[in-house]
Design a protein around this ligand. Structure first.
Ligand code: SF4
Length: 90
């Protein structure tokens, strides 16, 4: 594996989506992120009372950022060109 490939692997394993404040999700009645994401990245965990983020499945649509308009609680950094899931797995 080249040095560049190793750097890309590390980048790909680093979550690019983060819930800023899990307490805010407790106040969020509709939990729109669980509805709008075309890849089903966001799931409400009723036992742990938090949103689970399956970030490797992200298709980078940005729908979650629009949907979480009430609390603006999602931080997403678009992966560098050629390193996102869309490019990695087609
Ligand atoms: S829409 Fe935002 S505040 Fe509501 S559950 Fe999802 S991440 Fe949390």
């Amino acid at each position: 594996m080249s040095e560049n490939d190793a750097a890309n692997e590390l980048l790909f394993r680093t979550p690019h989506i983060r819930i800023k404040n899990h307490e805010a999700c407790l106040k969020c009645v509709r939990k729109q992120c669980t509805i709008v994401c075309p890849a089903g990245v966001y799931r409400w965990d009723a036992e742990q009372l938090k949103i689970n983020v399956d970030w490797p499945a992200c298709l980078e649509s940005g729908a979650c950022l629009v949907a979480c308009h009430e609390f603006k609680n999602i931080e997403m950094t678009y992966p560098d060109p050629g390193t996102g899931v869309r490019y990695k797995y087609g």
